[in-house]
Write a new protein. Sequence first.
Length: 246
Amino acid sequence: MTENENNRGWQWLLPISLIADISAIVTVLSGSASTAALVIGVVALLIGAGLVVARIGKPVDKVVLLAVLGIVAGTAAVTVVATRAVTDVPGQASGTTNPATTTGTGSSTAPTTTTTTTPPPSQEAPGIKRTSKDRLVQLTSWYGVDLDSTALDWGAVKTNQSDERYDLSYDGYTLTAREDLAPAKAAATLDDCVTAGYKRSASGKELAPDQTFCVKTNGGTFARVRLAEVKGGLLALDVLVWTPKS
């Protein structure tokens, strides 16, 4: 082969080399090392394969050896880049966590912190000192309760003790008020209780479920007491105590 023929054999590789150089420069400037490695690896494969094809039927020399090395290097570069592209998770670097949770609609919601607050204690309506609310007062036989008390157990005490501050007492048959009680309607108001006809105690058939009484307290006010339950030696009381009138 003459020198001119040999030069013509290499001329078709010049456009590939030029494209490879431009692609490598552009990819390196864009900051993508993986893309640059991929482009260079592909170009090395093409040039190596072209040189091998061009030397078919000719003696093996340094050009063929360089072509084979180019094919091997190009194949290795393409394999490494392709493997990393498959195994890497897009958009999430190693060792980092995603601060947002992606919803099914494609939107992202930032993590929120839930703060548990304790509601302030409820206050009674104007003119009302205290009510039993949903915690009925349990009055058992030979016990008394103080309707003016702010204690959770309404100042419950045994009636055979010296402490006689209780307003209502029960002996299993008779409900007795120290300052008197009076039968009343279920929705009795403070004025109703002020003008009611009082007596000392109620017993027997008077102690029936939903029976309501007005009770004078030793604190100088009035209470409305409904018998929510009457069961043997137990009375469950629904209590409302009004604020004393000035």
